[in-house]
Design a protein. Structure first.
Length: 202
């Protein structure tokens, strides 16, 4: 992490952004760390409102996954902020996204972002499962380009009272079809290994 601490301390507020694809423990992280805020699903972020809420605070940050869609704007407005990339086991993220209705079709007002069309060849014609896999891969790769450091939810969850991944059963794999597992390995496998996620069939 290359940061000029003198420049950081010159500002009235030190900003921290925890960037993720969502469904990665950001709400639990915000509840455990007092200077982090978390915007609920359906509420799009606003830099002006964020700045207003941060007035008078020495350190302030956000864990909203919506910021990932505004990375260029964030970098321009907060060039000296700390950008942390929070990742989680893709299997758990995909299952969580699925349970919340991502890419299921028509969404209620305010939740249209759950049908986001990614700049991936043939995306519109993909199955729902393939879209979920690509969502995890695409946005994690984009966040990697801008983040100062990366942490895994599994490595810090013991400190989060509401979400302790270390207590969850390992190798409790979902009942995906053979085709779904194949697509998962093809789309997410390489990046998952890069992030330190290994499975018994690797």
């Amino acid at each position: 992490m290359q940061k000029n601490l003198n420049n950081l301390l010159k500002n009235d507020t030190f900003y921290v952004f925890v960037l993720s694809v969502g469904r990665s423990g950001t709400k639990s992280l915000a509840s455990a760390i007092s200077f982090l805020e978390h915007e609920e699903d359906g509420s799009q972020p606003s830099i002006s409102k964020f700045l207003e809420r941060s007035k008078g605070k020495k350190i302030y940050g956000s864990t909203s996954h919506f910021w990932k869609s505004y990375l260029s704007e964030l970098k321009e407005e907060f060039p000296n902020a700390l950008y942390i990339h929070l990742v989680r086991d893709p299997i758990k993220v995909i299952e969580s996204l699925k349970s919340k209705g991502w890419y299921k079709g028509k969404q209620k007002k305010g939740y249209e972002y759950r049908e986001e069309i990614l700049p991936v060849l043939g995306f519109k014609k993909m199955s729902r499962f393939e879209k979920l896999c690509w969502y995890w891969r695409y946005w994690n790769m984009e966040i990697d380009k801008h983040a100062d450091l990366r942490i895994r939810l599994e490595d810090i969850s013991r400190f989060l009272p509401k979400l302790n991944e270390s207590k969850r059963k390992k190798n409790n794999y979902p009942n995906w079809s053979q085709a779904e597992w194949y697509n998962f390995w093809i789309i997410c496998g390489k990046l998952a290994k890069e992030y330190g996620y290994y499975y018994k069939y690797d």
